[in-house]
Design a protein around this ligand. Structure first.
Ligand code: SF4
Length: 534
């Protein structure tokens, strides 16, 4: 914006100083912004971080109304005023200020017990030194500006620098946990389980969130809660339905464990999850992380809930050189997480750590340190080695398994016949091993050519069929990689006894999509057969 002489206005400071006889620290700004002049109170611009910074540093709630702000300053013995009494100014622009008449601070210095003067930003400090220091005989200290124009400072970094005011106030400065909570109060993600953090809601959401992104979990969570809103509903649900509700989330044993634990809760705890960390741990599928999350978020019990996000953030913050897979390293990091926890808000703290890891201290690529509340206390950041932590041991290569997958489509009237007559063959996987009891398209080991596929079709006794390539697909599990070659086999009818002999069922595509849990490993074929949309 170019400043024009005609835009200047002569303005007298419209707000009286705020102090009382117990004020110990005086914070001086330069001159009130347009917004502050309108509201007739200090730091009225919603983007100015003065109130958040001060509240964070003093471990207090952020005041909102003018009355709350005044009471907050009095309670914490902070006096506030500005260095300029009147000036020519354009809007709120500090850089346009000219013809300055400084304020007389003697009223405050005589009426209060000021031990230290701080200037909020460079302009205020400059004017204090030029016009006021000689009169008061007191040297002021310069603090980074809380103005939105000072964008290079994150809220966390501001709080770190502003902590010095706690000395003369004789207040305990906020620890790193409180700094994180102050960040969380303004940056928490709005999630359905957070608006009603009942033990059941927290439990289900945390299990779903293991290995799955929040955005992907939202639709599963909503569907689950509308169908199984209470623990007793989960205890009673049929396994097939349970797996269908879980379809796509992977690691299907988590769903089975949920049901087993729900039955246990019905039997041992009358349908109510216990508010005790050890008892939560005794339930199937609930490990230390989930027990910590339920205990802290739903019951307010101060225990850590340290997942991969928390470990990553703390390993970077502390510059932990130990290998992250080692139990001793994990335990020591979890101990540090717990030490930094403000014990009056354990659930918020644990969630703040999750959010920080998911949105700022990113697992892949460069973390967003400029937005991080711990920027100034992070060892990895100070050394410019953020991406070197956490330290990981070399990973074992995944085992590659090649498969040929057959989508066998029975079309009684041949191509062009009614869609409602179509059926596809599915096979139930064994009850042990990978993806137990889930449904799959018939498949065999190996990467078949079309000639080999034809040969197998004939061996199954198929006749009058058409076979076409369905392309290649890949699915990566934690330790195995499936490389799949797909074929679509269209046939008018299956030979008698083949379904029974092979352990297949033939169902309509609608039934398959609605009632049969087919894991996402087969996603590319499910899409091809329109068993899922998109
Ligand atoms: S400063 Fe950067 S590396 Fe350190 S905790 Fe924050 S985001 Fe992570």
């Amino acid at each position: 914006m170019s400043l024009k002489t005609g835009d200047y206005k002569r303005i007298d400071h419209p707000i009286p100083p705020l102090y009382d006889k117990d004020s110990r620290v005086l914070i001086l700004g330069s001159f009130p912004s347009v917004k502050s002049r309108e509201t007739a109170f200090f730091y009225g611009h919603p983007q100015n971080r003065f109130w958040k910074t001060l509240a964070g540093v003093l471990s207090a709630d952020v005041p909102v109304t003018v009355g709350e702000k005044a009471a907050f300053l009095h309670e914490n013995h902070v006096a506030v005023w500005d260095v300029i009494k009147s000036c020519d100014i354009i809007g709120s622009s500090d850089s346009s200020i000219r013809n300055v008449v400084p304020n007389d601070l003697s009223e405050i210095l005589e009426g209060a017990d000021i031990r230290r003067i701080y200037c909020n930003g460079g302009k205020s400090y400059e004017y204090y030194q030029r016009y006021i220091e000689d009169k008061t005989g007191i040297k002021a200290a310069r603090l980074p500006s809380t103005s939105p124009a000072n964008a290079s400072y994150s809220l966390g970094r501001l709080m770190e620098e502003w902590r010095v005011i706690c000395g003369p106030l004789k207040a305990a400065p906020a620890g790193i946990g409180q700094v994180l909570l102050a960040w969380y109060d303004y940056n928490a993600r709005l999630l359905p389980w957070r608006s009603d953090p009942s033990p059941y809601h927290v439990w289900i959401s945390e299990i779903m969130l293991q290995q799955t992104r929040v955005e992907a979990v939202l639709k599963y969570y909503d569907r689950w809660m509308s169908e199984l809103p209470e623990i007793k509903d989960l205890a009673e649900v049929e396994e097939d339905r349970l797996l269908k509700l879980w379809e796509g989330l992977g690691y299907y044993n988590r769903a089975r464990n949920l049901k087993a634990a729900a039955l246990d809760v019905m039997e041992r705890y009358d349908g109510v999850l216990p508010g005790d960390y050890q008892e939560l741990l005794s339930l199937k599928g609930i490990g230390e992380y989930t027990a910590g999350a339920i205990a802290s978020i739903a019951f307010g019990i101060p225990v850590p809930a340290v997942d991969g996000n928390g470990l990553r953030v703390f390993s970077r913050r502390l510059g932990e050189e130990g290998e992250i897979g080692r139990q001793a390293v994990k335990r020591s990091l979890a101990h540090e997480v717990f030490r930094a926890m403000p014990k009056d808000r354990p659930g918020d703290y644990n969630q703040a750590l999750m959010d920080l890891g998911a949105r700022v201290c990113l697992p892949k690529g460069q973390p967003l340190c400029r937005m991080c509340p711990w920027e100034s206390v992070c060892q990895a950041h100070k050394q410019g080695r953020e991406t070197e932590y956490p330290v990981k041991a070399g990973k074992k290569p995944r085992r590659v398994e090649k498969k040929t997958v057959f989508v066998i489509e029975v079309v009684p009237g041949g191509t062009g016949s009614e869609d409602s007559e179509r059926k596809i063959a599915l096979h139930k996987r064994p009850s042990a091993g990978l993806l137990p009891d889930l449904w799959e398209f018939p498949n065999v080991e190996g990467d078949f050519s079309s000639g080999q596929a034809e040969k197998l079709a004939r061996r199954w006794g198929l006749s009058d069929y058409r076979i076409e390539s369905a392309g290649k697909g890949k699915h990566v599990f934690s330790h195995i990689e499936w490389q799949m070659t797909g074929f679509i086999v269209s046939v008018r009818e299956l030979p008698e006894g083949l379904l029974e002999e092979m352990g297949w069922v033939a169902v309509s595509p609608e039934t398959a999509a609605r009632d049969y849990a087919i894991p996402s490993a087969f996603e590319y074929l499910k899409r091809k057969m329109r068993l899922i949309k998109g």
